[in-house]
Design a protein around this ligand. Structure first.
Ligand code: T4K
Length: 399
């Protein structure tokens, strides 16, 4: 049977893939090198608290990003919280509604109100015009998010911040290894935060970092990451425990050594999806600007229900039946999650583009764990789903 003749799993119950294809399957560096590093950690009996591998990891990131300081942390959420506190943000801070909920929670966790701004639908990033409309006397800062690794309009955001005397930091969880106007992301604003979670392009199992060129801020971040200790028995600041462990740093270093291979695999996958989805009405793959450095970490497709045969949710159902665990990031938007939904029940009225895009986006599997033949199959399933839209809809109605 050719691929085209194969019945869709949503109809036949027999999925195209035996094992689930995840969006965030972790990438791996060289296994032997990692195991050697873990053995060395055991020999040294130095497991955490600013160990030699954490220091090496920080130095590598400083060099790659071109910043003076990298303060490694246990994950990006804690890194955001610490950075927000170190910058002394309070009152209201403007953030995009279209982001992973951690961006908003990092503020709310310390009783700062996240004020949700709408996006530019072309980039999915926070709209500078929307930011300006939301500034009040309580606003102290702006957190831009480089969604999918595509840079925010940093020049416009920073001009607004200068005009209103606000602080700017960026959530760069998706943007490690990416550049903007020839400069690496990580070097914009007062500081930027990377995520090295298992599902990220470069991973530490769990990990994050704040990067900055500001010596004073970096010193404060280091203190806050380690309970405020400025030496044995000497606490000079309220702090928390945001430390990265040695085994996580070992994973990060090993992952960094494989960075070029991972980018190559991601780019190969992106090109395969581009080819496979070409010409499908209502289906558009978000493009990467290859004149800048990109990590190609996310395969983001928009389904325009006015021209596509199936809407996004119907397409996701077709894919999931085939064991392709496509995701609807960042549906329904932070403003429609708790506690924000209860705090601001009418927020959606100010977020028309976020509302539209959040209903259209589907993120597809990529990374080292997937090959181009699997991608061809995924694209074929999408094509076939669209061709057999009537039958698919009927089946979903019955389910
Ligand atoms: N800011 C932004 C803009 C972010 O996107 C994120 C995180 C953060 C801040 C906070 O960073 P961290 O504090 O996490 O460092 C995932 C990730 O957990 C999350 O890190 C990420 N963004 C977000 C976009 O995606 P979920 O809700 O999709 O679930 P998760 O992690 O359970 O699984 C994702 C997929 O990966 C699943 O299909 C299963 C698969 N998977 C997952 C893990 C952990 C694997 O195959 N192996 C694994 O080890 O959040």
């Amino acid at each position: 049977m050719s691929k085209c003749d194969r019945p869709l799993a949503i109809e036949s119950g027999s999925p195209a893939f035996d094992a689930p294809l995840h969006v965030g399957r972790p990438n791996l560096g060289d296994r032997e090198t990692m195991l050697r590093r873990v053995n060395d950690i055991f020999d040294r009996r130095w497991f955490t608290n600013d160990g030699p591998l954490v220091k090496e990891f920080e130095a590598r990131i400083q060099e790659l990003v071109g910043v003076k300081h990298c303060v490694a942390m246990c994950n990006a959420t804690i890194a955001l919280e610490i950075a927000i506190r170190a910058l002394e943000l309070r009152g209201e801070v403007i953030v995009p509604a279209y982001t992973f909920v951690a961006t908003a929670h990092a503020l709310q966790w310390q009783e700062i109100t996240p004020v949700f701004a709408d996006m530019d639908p072309a980039t999915h990033n926070i709209s500078p015009e929307a930011i300006e409309r939301l500034i009040t006397p309580r606003t102290t800062g702006i957190i831009g998010v480089h969604v999918w690794g595509r840079p925010c309009d940093t020049a416009a955001i920073e001009a607004i911040a200068d005009k209103h005397k606000l602080k700017v930091m960026y959530d760069a969880a998706h943007a490690f290894g990416c550049s903007h106007r020839g400069r690496m992301i990580g070097s914009f604003g007062a500081c930027e935060v990377f995520s090295f979670h298992a599902t990220k392009f470069i991973n530490c199992f769990e990990g994050g970092a704040v990067v900055t060129d500001d010596d004073e801020l970096a010193a404060k971040l280091r203190l806050m990451r380690n309970f405020g200790f400025a030496g044995v028995d000497k606490v000079i600041y309220p702090g928390t425990n945001g430390k990265l462990t040695e085994v996580c740093a070992a994973m990060g270093l090993t992952s960094l050594e494989a960075m070029e291979e991972i980018v190559t695999a991601n780019r190969r996958n992106y090109e395969a999806y581009r080819e496979g989805l070409l010409g499908l009405p209502g289906i558009s793959l978000k493009k990467y600007d290859s004149s800048e450095r990109r990590n190609y970490q996310y395969i983001v497709v928009e389904v325009d229900e006015t021209t596509a045969e199936l809407n996004r949710d119907e397409l996701v159902a077709v894919l999931q039946a085939e064991n392709v665990l496509a995701r609807k990031y960042f549906w329904p938007g932070c403003h429609r999650m708790e506690p924000y939904k209860s705090f601001f029940p009418n927020a959606h009225l100010l977020l028309p583009q976020t509302e539209l895009v959040a209903e259209r986006v589907v993120v597809l599997p990529t990374g080292q764990a997937i090959d181009t033949s699997a991608i061809e199959m995924i694209c074929q399933i999408i094509r076939q789903g669209m061709l057999q839209a009537k039958a698919v809809r009927e089946r979903l109605r019955q389910a």
